[in-house]
Write a protein that binds this ligand. Sequence first.
Ligand SMILES: [Zn+2]
Length: 411
Amino acid sequence: MLSPARFRQGEVHEQAHRLGRGHPRRDARPRPGRRTPTGQRLHCHRHCARHSTGGTLSPERTQALADKLAALTPAGQPTTTELLKQKLGVDDNPLSELVDQVINPADYTCTASTPVRDWLVASRADWTPQDVALVNAIRSWDPIFYDAVLWPQDAGSQFGANGQFTTATTHTFRDLRNFWDIHGADIKLVPMHGSMLLDRPRLVRLFAEGYGLPVALANEFADEIATAMNQEKFDFGNHPFFTFNAFAFAGQNIPGFTVIPAEILMGDGILAAYQALGYDDVTAQAILAHEYGHHVQFQRGLFQTTLTGPEAARRIELMADSFASYFLTHARGDALQWKRIQEFDQVFFQLGDCSFTAGSHHGTPNQRLRASEWGYGVARTAANQGHILPSLAFAGLFDRQLPTLVAPDAN
Ligand SMILES: [Zn+2]
């Protein structure tokens, strides 16, 4: 059952034809710090490393750290991460699932090629099996995500690994606060940066206070993780696998543990992926508008529905898509070109097609496109282009439209 305390994700998707349009795929180019055949040093293009002094860890040391992290949880027991997840009321994350599929393809039957999937696959092309084991072990702790959730005040105010999305993100957030009739000032906008993985004090705090490990052990892991991540092949922590995420969190008081404010978390990795595919002009805006839509739902009690299970979840996601496109294209919202939003949606909504077909948990790509298109239509066809519908009125229209949006479309 959904609860307002749960995280919501910006889901992701693909579209094959984008690849042919000449948008450079970043991983097709040489890596940061490498030299061209003529010996000229290249500017870093994927994620500029803050720490470019990292050495190389031997496969043996890499595997040893992976094993040590994995050994913390005996098989068959809930992991420390699972326990924290339960405490915070965090849902499983379909975006993580996509990254899982890319890292561990043998575990999944889905091999659909999509631009985002292909980009992610290319981004780990130089990893050894030991590297994969280590990344799996670290991702199972999801340190960047939990650090951002628990200590949002320390996450900084820059968006994108190089701050390249800061303006788009903060301006869109300001516009969203002005647009929708909720208490936007109460919502914190929090970046998720890979650099956290090199930050020993933050790693220690997370392992000790977040996961409850003994301080000595927390220090040990912090040292080893920071050393291991300080390698070029992990983009010095900024590898997109660690922050391929966006979330809305309603805020939660967890007695005896902490108070978490209402938050939107924006990962550098998901922004980088869509930037690489040529969508940097709309990516941050669209993802943020969707997540903000969840905050409208939290504050307006829009989770109330007679639907249950996957159908209830799908309604929530499709409604957030509608909220997003209404805001993004509205004259008093971001006033972005619908055609551009639509192109982005094509790629974004198809990313998780494996999980979508499994349970239609978040709506199929077609349903999501229809929901987005409908939201745009409400803005475009309004008699008074300067009028913003109250959020509850918009949601009411959406609920009346929902059966049409989810109608079978196989033929
Ligand atoms: Zn969502």
